[in-house]
Design a protein around this ligand. Sequence first.
Ligand code: TYM
Length: 349
Amino acid sequence: MTKKKPITERVFSGMQPTGSLHLGNYLGAMINWIEMQKTRECIYCVVDLHAITVWQDPAELRQSIRQVTAAYIAAGLDPKKSIVFNQSQVAAHAELAWVFNCVARLGWLNRMTQFKEKAGKDREQASVGLYAYPNLMAADILAYRATHVPVGEDQKQHLELARDIAQKFNNDFKTSIEALGHPDGIFFPQPEPVITGPATRVMSLRDGTKKMSKSDPSDLSRINLTDDADAIATKIRKAKTDPEPLPSDEKGFEGRPEAENLVGIYAALTHRTVESVLTDFGGQQFSTFKKALAEVATDRLGRIGDETRRLMAEPGYIDHVLADGAARARAIATPIMDQVKDIVGLLRS
Ligand code: TYM
């Protein structure tokens, strides 16, 4: 058997095309994606198969896939450098997810807090896909044997599961993996979560104890990457706060989650530390701070929104990016999936 090359560094991450992206997606994950593409091989996916784990109107889903792709590019992803594509165009994701459905244990999935939150009280009515969502996520990453996964804080548990799946697969099929030419018995790497930056958990503008989320029924709770300057200013003006002025240091955030969130957002948008923002704004009223925050948010996000709209007027270009990205993604994932089939004992022609 020939000796296989060692696993090289590769970045993978994705976002769901369920409506427009928001500030949490941008600050929690995307700014790291953009940074990482400067130095590493990166694969960025629009995870449309994950989106359909809850009901999606087909026409709106098509529109959302293009819109999220446009937002990726508008925010700074370079589709020539990074691989940008939608998940359903590369069959290896669904194929490997099935293998992982047979590797992951029910007990592991039963612990997933995001399933419990999303399924709500009526768990019997949740789709089987929603339950198996984390297995598909592990397949997304491992279909490329990716080593680094930049995400927000809320994905930590899913990534721990992906690591457990990788390890169990390597253990279960050790002999077969070695026979295939991997002398250390390791086929899948342990993907490392990259959860860094000042805003790994951006909170709702209406309730500082809840995560900013696409599924919050109140649009005032989040700033969308497609909001115009007026919408951004209104949402920040209406953001929940408390009657006290801003504290002069981080200890003063105790019991004040909304203040902490808004200052964290300001710091992330201006590439400053929370401490230095408080040096400027400590002791000031929220009305003054909110005006400054609206200005920096409009400046940064306004451009992304404008560029997204410009790109959306060129659906041919977006579809071309996705087709090209899918072909490049397939070129990496297909040989890996072939090896998985050999390891597991599935015949292929
Ligand atoms: P999604 O679309 O829910 O979130 C996309 C990314 O945005 C981050 N994020 C946040 N970060 C900070 N504050 C928030 N309020 C906030 N809300 C969302 C998420 O952590 C995520 O990084 N399951 C993934 C999609 C996925 C994936 C993958 C990611 C599917 N396969 C493989 C990495 C690798 C998700 O949460 O999508």
